[in-house]
Design a protein around this ligand. Structure first.
Ligand code: HEM
Length: 498
């Protein structure tokens, strides 16, 4: 037989390539197991196009309403379990909490952002933050808004909210606000915004990492390292200045003092490095700042669009707090309407619409087999707008939470449902939830108590911005403020007599 050696080699190479393509891209894990139903997919890329959608949470919501609330997706050969059902979410967080307590994102050695020292990407954590909230930050938030109101300047709520949130996080960590004078605060805010853009890419990189690593591609590493370097610069400066101040006069009681104490202690049981401290700050700045800023903006926009809620909140605040002092966090338990408004805002506009985890081991969920290393995506956005579980789910109706939040929580446990999860659930749930409820509540309280809000047009446009990982308003909320009550706080603002 006459065999052309070159053709034979090409044939062998083609066979090898097909085998590699099959095992990298096509081969479904655990063939033969009773996997959850899977919607139609595209060749090779599987369901990747849904994850690349500019509104990923809504694209996945559509998929679930068409094909069911428990779906098995794949991107190349990476398996993903998509959950949009309160009863399945309940089952997962009650029976598989430890199994899904990792996120299995790529740990980026040497990076402060999503690096191996941060706790967002760490294998597991039990961190709980204090409820620390500094009155002085809230007062300066009020004075800042008042200043703009008096000057009749238009106010971009997201910008002001971000200053408030950043200062609160800085106060919590190091007992002082980020300095506006030397540009420190501006730099931190800029980095937080940049980090949000990177997160979406990072999530994709997490899902696509394994198939792409096999062919030698590492996604977004350079962008990540650039942002990490910039954070490093700002944080190094803060650390050095802080240490100098401590040596001069400061009596250490802040989180930073405690961390520096352990860092400097040669005999400490658990040795922490400077990178540990910086990564923790990056996580707090990032996880706390953006979510909370957007929550304030969405909720305030809903209140302005629904004047009956504004009136109701004012009545409540005026009768409990009065008009001569600023609302404070200790008032919140006596302001059920305000609390319900915050809860409803987080239901309709959850800043983190998708919760991501990884199944460490194979298990059974809803009667189906879920293979080990499957990425879990819980679509909180879809669940909190599911007409089967919420009356008028698209409407902003704080009344639904007025019946008493405790009893609705008990209802969920009795019915074995998890339908309200703006902060995730289980051991990796958001550790900042209490702080967020308090801080968002008081910020909204100040805005409602002290100002009238004028907008251009009749209604605020509530569209979502495309391509964001944190739920963001497409048209930032811009208002002109008119002082409603004059609260006597120490101020340099000159209030004109009317
Ligand atoms: C309205 C404000 C906030 C919302 C909606 C929110 C939401 C979330 C969600 C959904 C998660 C994922 C939970 C899960 O996987 O089950 C999360 C994680 C996290 N949040 Fe928040 N968050 C907010 C504010 C904060 C604040 C103020 C802080 C701290 C200052 C914070 C720190 C964190 C951290 C560190 C994680 C990662 C926890 C871990 O992986 O163990 N968050 N947040």
């Amino acid at each position: 037989m006459n065999v052309d050696f070159q053709n034979c080699l090409i044939l062998i190479l083609l066979c090898l390539l097909s085998f590699l393509c099959y095992s990298f891209f096509f081969k479904k894990p655990k063939d033969g197991f009773n996997l959850p139903p899977s919607p139609p997919s595209l060749p090779i890329i599987g369901h990747l196009h849904h994850l690349l959608s500019l509104f990923m949470h809504r694209s996945l919501q559509k998929l679930s309403s068409k094909y069911g609330p428990l779906l098995y997706l794949h991107v190349f050969n990476v398996p993903i379990l998509l959950v949009s059902s309160p009863s399945i979410a309940y089952e997962i967080f009650r029976t598989q909490d430890v199994n899904v307590s990792s996120r299995d994102f790529p740990t980026n050695e040497g990076s402060l952002l999503f690096g191996s020292f941060g706790f967002g990407t760490a294998p597991s954590s039990g961190l709980k933050h204090s409820r620390g909230h500094k009155k002085s930050v809230q007062r300066s938030y009020y004075l800042n808004l008042l200043d703009k109101a008096v000057k009749k300047e238009s106010v971009e709520i997201a910008e002001e909210a971000m200053k408030l949130v950043n200062n609160t996080v800085c106060q919590m960590i190091m007992g002082r606000s980020c300095s506006e004078e030397n540009g420190e605060a501006e730099r931190v805010r800029g980095l937080v915004t940049k980090t949000d853009a990177l997160t979406k890419k990072f999530i994709l990189a997490g899902i696509l990492r394994k198939p792409l690593q096999k062919i030698g591609i590492s996604l977004f590493k350079k962008e990540l390292m650039d942002a990490s370097c910039k954070f490093n610069e700002v944080l190094e400066k803060i650390l050095v200045e802080y240490k100098e101040k401590v040596e001069e006069h400061h009596q250490g009681t802040d989180m930073m003092d405690k961390l520096l104490e352990v860092y400097g202690d040669e005999k400490a049981e658990y040795k922490i490095t400077r990178d540990h401290i910086k990564s923790l700050f990056v996580d707090l700045f990032f996880a706390g700042t953006d979510t909370w800023t957007h929550a304030i903006q969405w909720i305030m926009a809903e209140i302005i669009n629904n004047s009956y809620i504004l009136e109701r909140l004012r009545e409540e605040i005026d009768s409990v707090v009065g008009k001569t002092r600023l609302i404070q966090e200790t008032d919140l338990p006596n302001l059920p309407c305000l609390q319900a408004t915050v809860k409803e805002g987080l239901r309709l506009h959850p800043p983190v619409p998708l919760v991501l985890r990884t199944f460490k081991e194979g298990c059974t969920i809803g009667g189906f087999y879920v293979p080990e290393k499957t990425t879990l995506v819980v679509n909180g956005y879809a669940m909190m707008r599911d007409p089967e579980y919420w009356e008028d789910p698209q409407e902003f109706k704080p009344e639904r939470f007025l019946a008493s939040s405790r009893s609705s929580q008990n209802d969920e446990i009795r019915d074995e449902l998890l339908k309200y999860l703006p902060f995730g659930n289980g051991r990796r749930a958001c550790p900042g939830a209490n702080l967020a409820y308090i801080s968002v509540g008081t910020a909204i309280g100040v805005m409602v108590q002290c100002f009238d809000w004028e907008i251009k047009g009749d209604k605020i446009n509530m569209d979502e911005a495309p391509g964001k990982i944190t739920l963001t308003m497409a048209h930032p909320l811009n208002c002109t403020l008119v002082p409603r009550t004059l609260i006597p706080v120490t101020s340099t603002v000159q209030i004109p007599s009317s």
